[in-house]
Write a protein that binds this ligand. Structure first.
Ligand code: MIG
Length: 762
C-alpha cells in the first residue's frame, strides 16, 4: 500500500481527511491522548468489534501546515503527518515519542549470499509474515524500548526482539517460547523507553503480525493480511495511564459476583453425579474452601450443546445442582460453539432453518467435526445469531447453572481448520472466516454475556478460551491447555501479567497443569502461585493423574489448604482491586514494571508480580528449589509471614521450603481480609479484618452485595482506612449506600495475632 505526497487535507472537528495524491486516509483525535490513524480500502468502513459506542470527544485541536508536514496539536500530544502517510507522535514539549521508520528495511542476514542465490529461484522468503501483509506500519525502535502486552503469548514479559502472530490457535503441543500464536488475539501493546511510554492498538481482526525488533534492531513493525489500516496511538505519562486510555476505548471488566473469586475445581472426566459428588464431599471433608465446580463436556448428551445427559445424573440434574447449591457449590458448565449435525435436534434444526450457521461459498451449511462429530458453526457475527445463542442459555440457567465456560471457540475443528473462505456475517455485511476468525470467541462471549444478563439479572460469569481486544467487557479467560511442567508454572507469571496489560484482568491458568501428570511438588508450588491469579481454578485433562488437592498425601493437602485459605482471606482485597479495575482498567495481577517503570530490574522481571500495588509475590517456580532470589523495588516492605523488614531496592535469598511462597507487603498498607469460611456466602460478610503494615498510607475499601448491578445505583459502602508510621489506624466512611455494612471492623498486626476493634471516625 503506497501513499504519495500529502496534497491536501480537510478538518472537521477532530476528524482530518488527508489526501495523498488521490488516496484518502484519515486521522481522528479521539481524546487529547488518543489519535486514530486509518485508511479505508475502497472506502469500506469496518465496524470495530473491540470498541462499542462513540468514543471521540470534542477535543481542542490545532492544525498547522508546515514544511515537514501537517501538524495536529492537542493539549497533551502532537502528531505530524507527512508524505507517504507517515505519522509521527511527539510529547507536549515537542520531544519525539513514536516515529515512523523511513529508512530501508534491513532484515538480519541469516544466510550467506551464495545460499540466498540458491534459494531465490524458489521464491523463498525469510520473512513469511511480511509476504502476507496487505499493509504494514513500520516504527523506529529506540535503544531503550521495552514492549508489553500483545495479549496471551508464550515467553517472557518484555516482548522486544520477538515476533508474534494474531490468529486464534488451538495447538495442543506444550506451549513454548517460540510459539507465535495461542488462543487469543489482542493486537495491543505498550512501549516503555527511558523517557516515554505509549501504546498502539491495531484494530484489525484479520491475521496479523507483530515484529517487535526481530527483523531489525532499528525498527519494529505490524501489519495485517486484510482489512483496513486502522490503529490508535495512545499516549499517557505511565503504563497505568496508557492502559486506562486503552480501556477507555475497549472497556473494562465489570465487577464480578463475589463468589467467582473463590476456588474453582474442575476436571475433564467428571462423568456422573457420583464423580462430581465425590469431589464436592472431598472439598468439605478435607476443609478446602471451594465455591465452584466445573462441568466439562461429559455432562452433555452426545456432546450436544444445551442438553444434559440426565441418565448420568439419576434423571434429575436440576435436583442435584440444587443440592450442590445448598452446600455452597455453584455449577459452571462448558459450552462449545459446534452444534451437532443431526436432524431432529432442535438447536441444529432451528439454526439451519433460520440461516444461523456459517456457510460455504456455495451457500450450504458449513460442516466440520468437533466433539459431537459433524457440526455446524453459529455465525456469531450476526446480531440475530447472538440473540438466539443468548436466549439458549436459559436451558442451562433453568438446570441451575451459575456460569458458562466457552471452549473451542477459536474456533477449533477436528477435520482441519475452517477454510478462510467460509462465509460469516459482520453485522449486516457478509464476509469470510479470514476476517471473523479472531473475533469468533469474542462474539460468542458477547452473546453469552448478554444472554445471561437479560435472563438472570445478576452479574454474568463467563469464561472463554479465545478472545479479541475488548472481550474483557463480557468474559474472564483461562490460558487453555497448559501442561503439568515446570516451564508452564514459570510462564504463567509473564503470561497473566501481559494479559492484564492487554486489558484482560480476570484471568488464570489451569492450576496444576492441564495435560501431563502433575507431581506433588509441582501442584504445591502451583497453588502457591495460582492463589494470586484472579481466576483460581484447578483443571486437568481426561486420563491424567487425578489432580484434586487430596490426591497427593497429607503434606500437599496441608499446603493446598493453607493457600486456598489465604486466598479466601484476601477476597475483600481482590474485590477492591476489581472495583478499581472497573474504573481504571488497572489489572489485579501486575508486573513490577507497572508501578516501578524507572527500575531496570522491574522492567524485565519474569518471576515476581504484584497483586494491586501492595502485595508482592515471589513464588518458587523451579523443581527442587527451597530458596530463591527475591528482588524488592524501592520502599519499605514486610515479609508477610514473619513481618521482617526490608528496604528496597534490594535483592536477597529468601528461604522457601515447600510450604512457603515468599510474599511481601508494602509498608503503610491496610489489607482488608475476611474470616475463614468454606465458601464465600457461608457466613454473612459482617466482619472485616484489617491486616496492618506500619508506615504512612491509606486504602479505600469497597463493599456491596457482591451479586447484582445495584451498586451502579449507589448501593455500596466505601470506607477509607489510614495507617501511620507507628501502626495506628483510623477509618471513616466515604459513601454509605449498602444496607448491610460491616458490624465489626478489626485490626490485626501479625498473621496469627490478636485483633482489636476499630471505631470509625464520624
Ligand atoms: O479438545 O472439553 O481447553 O479445558 O477440558 C479438548 C474438553 C476440549 C479443551 C479445553 C479443556 C477441556 C477440553 N477441551
Amino acid at each position: 500500500m503506497r501513499f504519495g505526497k500529502l496534497t491536501g487535507y480537510e478538518a472537521e472537528k477532530g476528524k482530518i481527511t488527508l489526501d495523498f495524491e488521490g488516496k484518502r486516509a484519515g486521522l481522528q483525535v479521539i481524546t487529547a491522548q488518543i489519535v486514530r490513524v486509518f485508511y479505508e480500502e475502497d472506502g469500506v468502513k469496518i465496524p470495530s468489534k473491540a470498541i462499542e459506542g462513540e468514543k471521540a470527544v470534542e477535543t481542542p485541536t490545532r492544525l498547522e501546515r508546515k514544511e515537514d508536514g501537517l501538524w495536529v496539536f492537542t493539549d497533551t500530544l502532537s502528531a505530524r503527518v507527512s508524505d507517504g502517510f507517515h505519522v509521527d507522535f511527539f510529547d507536549p514539549e515537542g520531544a519525539a515519542v513514536c516515529l515512523d521508520y523511513r529508512g530501508e528495511r534491513k532484515p538480519v542476514k541469516r544466510l550467506s549470499d551464495e545460499y540466498l542465490k540458491l534459494l531465490e529461484g524458489e521464491g523463498h522468503s525469510l520473512l513469511e509474515g511480511r509476504r502476507e501483509c496487505a499493509f504494514e506500519v513500520v516504527k523506529k525502535l529506540e535503544g531503550s524500548e521495552h514492549f508489553y502486552g500483545l495479549g496471551d503469548k508464550t515467553g517472557f514479559l518484555d516482548k522486544r526482539q520477538y515476533d508474534y502472530e494474531m490468529w486464534n490457535t488451538d495447538n495442543p503441543d506444550p506451549q513454548v517460547d517460540n510459539f507465535k500464536a495461542l488462543y487469543k488475539s489482542i493486537p495491543f501493546f505498550m512501549a516503555l523507553t527511558d523517557s516515554h511510554v505509549y501504546g498502539i492498538f491495531m484494530d484489525n481482526t484479520w491475521k496479523s503480525y507483530f515484529d517487535m525488533g526481530r527483523e531489525s534492531e532499528e525498527y519494529y513493525w505490524f501489519g495485517a493480511k486484510g482489512g483496513n489500516l486502522d490503529y490508535y496511538y495512545i499516549a499517557g505519562d505511565s503504563l497505568a495511564r496508557v492502559l486506562q486510555n486503552y480501556t477507555y476505548l475497549t472497556g473494562t471488566c465489570p465487577l464480578p459476583q463475589r463468589w467467582t473469586l473463590g476456588y474453582h475445581q474442575s476436571r475433564w472426566g467428571y462423568m456422573t453425579r457420583e464423580d462430581v459428588e465425590e469431589v464436592a464431599r472431598g472439598m468439605r471433608q478435607n476443609d478446602i474452601p471451594c465455591d465452584v465446580l466445573h462441568f466439562d463436556i461429559d455432562y452433555m448428551q452426545d456432546y450436544k450443546v444445551f442438553t444434559w445427559n440426565r441418565g448420568r445424573y439419576d434423571g434429575d440434574p436440576e435436583g442435584y445442582l440444587k443440592s450442590l447449591a445448598e452446600r455452597g457449590f455453584k455449577a459452571v458448565t462448558i459450552n462449545d460453539p459446534g452444534v451437532k449435525k443431526q436432524e431432529g435436534y432442535e438447536v441444529y434444526d432451528e439454526g439451519v432453518e433460520k440461516g444461523y450457521f456459517a456457510k460455504t461459498p456455495e451457500g450450504e451449511v458449513y460442516i466440520n467435526a468437533v466433539w459431537p462429530g459433524d457440526a455446524a458453526f453459529p455465525d456469531f457475527g450476526s446480531p440475530a445469531v447472538r440473540k438466539w445463542w443468548g436466549e439458549k442459555q436459559k436451558f442451562l440457567l433453568d438446570t441451575g447453572v451459575r456460569g458458562i465456560w466457552n471452549d473451542m471457540n477459536e474456533p477449533a475443528s477436528f477435520h482441519g481448520p475452517l477454510p478462510e473462505t467460509v462465509v460469516f456475517s459482520d453485522e449486516d455485511r457478509k464476509t469470510i472466516h479470514g476476517e471473523m476468525h479472531n473475533v469468533y470467541g469474542h462474539l460468542m462471549a458477547k452473546a453469552t454475556y448478554e444472554g445471561l444478563k437479560a435472563l438472570d439479572g445478576r452479574r454474568p460469569f463467563v469464561i472463554t478460551r479465545a478472545c479479541y481486544a475488548g472481550s474483557q467487557k463480557y468474559t474472564t479467560a483461562w490460558t487453555g491447555d497448559n501442561h503439568s511442567i515446570w516451564s508452564h508454572i514459570q510462564m504463567l507469571i509473564p503470561q497473566l501479567c501481559n494479559l492484564g496489560l492487554s486489558g484482560m484482568p480476570f484471568v488464570g491458568t489451569d492450576v496444576g497443569g492441564f495435560g501431563s501428570d502433575t507431581t506433588p511438588e509441582l501442584l504445591a508450588r502451583w497453588v502457591e502461585a495460582g492463589c494470586f491469579s484472579p481466576l483460581f481454578r484447578n483443571h486437568s485433562a481426561l486420563g491424567t493423574r487425578p489432580q484434586e488437592p487430596w490426591q497427593f498425601g497429607e503434606e500437599v493437602l496441608d499446603i493446598y489448604r493453607k493457600y486456598v485459605k489465604l486466598r479466601y482471606s484476601w477476597i475483600p482485597y481482590f474485590y477492591d482491586l476489581f472495583y478499581e479495575e472497573e474504573r481504571t482498567g488497572a489489572p489485579l495481577m501486575r508486573p513490577l514494571v507497572f508501578h516501578y517503570e524507572k527500575d531496570e530490574n522491574a522492567r524485565v522481571c519474569n518471576d515476581e508480580f504484584l497483586l494491586g500495588d501492595r502485595i508482592l509475590a515471589a513464588p518458587v517456580v523451579n523443581q527442587g528449589a527451597v530458596r530463591r532470589m527475591v528482588y524488592l523495588p524501592e520502599g519499605k516492605w514486610y515479609d508477610y509471614w514473619t513481618r521482617e523488614e526490608y528496604t528496597g531496592p534490594v535483592s536477597f535469598v529468601a528461604e522457601a521450603p515447600l510450604d512457603t511462597c515468599p510474599v511481601y507487603v508494602k509498608a503503610g498498607s491496610v489489607i482488608p481480609t475476611m474470616e475463614p469460611r468454606s465458601y464465600v456466602e457461608e457466613k454473612p460478610l459482617d466482619t472485616l479484618i484489617l491486616d496492618v503494615y506500619p508506615g504512612k498510607g491509606s486504602w479505600d475499601h469497597y463493599l456491596d452485595n457482591g451479586e447484582d448491578f445495584a451498586y451502579r445505583e449507589g448501593k455500596y459502602h466505601h470506607y477509607r482506612f489510614t495507617v501511620e508510621e507507628d501502626g495506628s489506624v483510623s477509618g471513616k466512611i466515604l459513601h454509605a449506600g449498602y444496607e448491610k455494612p460491616y458490624e465489626r471492623i478489626l485490626v490485626r498486626r501479625s498473621p496469627e495475632g490478636a485483633t482489636e476493634e476499630l471505631c470509625l471516625d464520624a
